[in-house]
Ligand binder design. Structure first.
Ligand SMILES: [Zn+2]
Length: 391
């Protein structure tokens, strides 16, 4: 006899499917996945529908998570470190994430590659969803280090290329400065299945355009640590804003990007290509914020609530204290972004940027039943992973 199939159903007044809001809608869940959506007035026979109060959305998808729960991935790249960071963000509504290394040396990259692979292996049992690894640097512009240790920034050598191409657990996103590498190197990384974004870069628009032709897929934390848009020098910002297809992540804490600039980016790219990232640091989801560092001076937090962010002693921005829910609230409240668009930028768009939108960031049939329940103020009221409530 076949094992019984686990079936459950959730219903809410509002359900956001990754692109659009539906009212009085139910989700039929089977074996940890979405089996179908249905009208609450016409539920499937024989299935008890659990009604929840609020808006059900796909769990948030965050492609840039340096740390959380008091941990920094650079300092604890073990499987347990990765899991702890993922758990801290899960409690805040992010059910899929890319733990992010800040300009790692080769040994650290290898260790993190193993840690992430081990964390991904059997993660369903832990109700976690680590999508892979984001390697931000060290092949960056020395002129645009941001909070990265300038001493760690270096060229992309063949053995770096080989190491990056060997990372096989989930998806790998690499942020590099296109002017610091050869187009053929970008092409090699893309052909190996890596997702390559430009960031911490001074690239001229022509350089970006050559990189785009060989597979560059998007831009990391738009506006921050990149050459700005000027009338006769469009820079990397101009290249990003004028691109008809590329994706761009953006940090919506009000400190990294002024809301007027945020509106410009949203007007240019729209919610299907501009996506929210937390760029989260250890204080996110940690009971008490303690100073930490990236191998240099101590990093402290500044600001309150959804505007809290991290800075070096000289005021250089060093990541944020955002959760994705806070980023969505900020885009909605401060940048005039509509509710559906703000949610899309935290769910289906980052999933699509990574090519994982059949699995996460959407509530289509076949997607994982990873859900977040939000109230009217967009505060997180419940989290499900693989159809099981985890909060
Ligand atoms: Zn950065």
């Amino acid at each position: 006899m076949a094992a019984p199939t686990k079936v459950a159903a959730l219903g809410a007044e509002r359900v956001f499917d990754g692109r659009a809001l539906h009212t009085d809608t139910g989700l039929l869940l089977r074996e940890g996945h979405v089996a179908a959506r249905f009208a609450l007035s016409d539920p499937p026979p024989g299935v008890a529908v659990e009604r929840v109060d609020g808006m059900l959305c796909p769990g948030f998808v965050d492609l840039q998570v340096n740390g959380g729960g008091g941990l920094l991935l650079n300092n604890d790249p073990s499987a347990e470190g990765v899991r702890s960071i993922a758990r801290a963000h899960r409690a805040l509504g992010t059910t899929s994430l890319l733990p992010t290394l800040v300009s790692p040396g080769r040994a650290l990259l290898e260790r993190a590659g193993r840690g992430v692979a081990e964390a991904i292996d059997g993660q369903e049992a832990q109700a976690l969803s680590v999508l892979g690894l984001h390697v931000e640097g060290p092949h960056l512009s020395p002129a645009r280090p941001g909070a990265h240790d300038p001493a760690a920034i270096r060229p992309l050598e063949p053995r770096d290329e080989a190491l990056l191409c060997s990372l096989s657990a989930g998806s790998t996103l690499v942020t590099l400065a296109p002017e610091q590498v050869e187009p053929a190197q970008i092409e090699t990384l893309c052909r190996a299945g890596l997702c390559v974004f430009a960031g911490h870069s001074e690239a001229a628009a022509e350089v970006v355009s050559r990189a785009r032709a060989v597979g560059l897929r998007g831009f990391t934390h738009l506006y921050n640590a990149m050459s700005p848009l000027a009338g006769r020098a469009p820079g990397i910002v101009g290249a990003a804003l004028s691109d008809p297809d590329a994706f761009a992540g953006i940090i919506a804490d009000g400190a990294h990007v002024d809301w007027t600039s945020f509106r410009v980016a949203f007007a240019a790219l729209g919610p299907s290509r501009l996506f929210l990232v937390s760029d989260a640091m250890p204080p996110v989801g940690a009971p008490a914020a303690r100073p930490f560092d990236l191998g240099g001076p101590p990093i402290a937090t500044r600001g309150e609530g959804d505007a809290r962010h991290c800075v070096l002693p000289d005021g250089t921005l060093a990541g944020s204290c955002l959760s994705m829910a806070a980023a969505v609230r900020n885009a909605w409240r401060h940048a005039g972004v509509g509710l559906e668009a703000a949610l899309q930028m935290a769910t289906s768009t980052p999933a699509r940027a990574l090519g994982r939108d059949a699995e996460v960031g959407v509530l289509d049939a076949g997607a994982r039943a990873d859900l977040v329940l939000l109230d009217d103020a967009l505060a997180v009221r419940g989290v499900w992973v693989g159809g099981a409530r985890v909060d």
